[in-house]
Design a protein around this ligand. Structure first.
Ligand SMILES: Cc1cc2nc3c(=O)[nH]c(=O)nc-3n(C[C@H](O)[C@H](O)[C@H](O)COP(=O)(O)O)c2cc1C
Length: 174
């Protein structure tokens, strides 16, 4: 992986979120306190003239506590052969043991932030939290949205300023 300047970042963005998925990882590698979970809802864009990654986390997730406590997070995308590992990390909770150890994935240091990245990633987006809010059901204008919340566990939305992108050539325009 190499650093990718923002104006050279290129991806099939809808497929990347919806089909390939990311690991959202928050915490601090140096003190060994971090957690990861699979995410497929979110986006990349521009807000307040800053490049941002937007993720949503239900309060029941173990990762939620890390997102609240720590300033930074990473989004990591992987080659297809790790897809089952992302399934596992998106169904088991880090609250009940070391789920990363059950996969073929290994954390490693990020370049600009404290939250870890993954050695096996083909794309790693390093972010610093700049905003959060909670989804409010009274603001849902499409009544199909509420069906995602039978337990009323509305997501908290986080905006992270993108501080660094590392990726393979697949994610870089020529
Ligand atoms: C494909 C996929 C996408 C997911 N996307 C999200 C998401 O965007 N937000 C969320 O809160 N949970 C999402 N989840 C659920 C969490 O990944 C899952 O509950 C995980 O076990 C939480 O782990 P944790 O308790 O260690 O944080 C997704 C799960 C899968 C399989």
């Amino acid at each position: 992986m190499q650093a990718i300047p923002l104006d050279r970042f290129d991806s099939d963005i809808f497929k990347l979120w919806d089909k390939q998925w990311f690991l959202l990882t928050s915490g601090d590698l140096k003190n060994g306190h971090y957690n990861t979970m699979t995410v497929s809802w979110g986006s990349f864009g521009i807000m307040w003239n800053k490049p941002v990654a937007i993720v949503v986390v239900r309060p029941v997730r173990h990762t939620f506590g890390f997102m609240e406590k720590y300033d930074t997070f990473t989004l990591s995308a992987f080659p297809e052969k790790y897809h089952n590992d992302l399934k596992l990390l998106g169904t088991k909770s880090g609250r009940n043991g070391d789920k990363i150890a059950e996969t073929g994935l290994h954390v490693c240091a990020s370049q600009r932030i404290a939250a870890p990245s993954f050695k096996e990633a083909e794309l790693s987006v390093e972010c610093k939290k700049i905003y959060w809010d909670d989804y409010k059901p009274e603001h849902f204008l499409d009544n199909t949205i509420e069906k995602n919340y039978p337990r009323k566990d509305y997501h908290r939305i986080y905006y992270g300023e993108i501080r660094h992108i590392l990726g393979t050539n697949r994610y870089r325009t020529k």
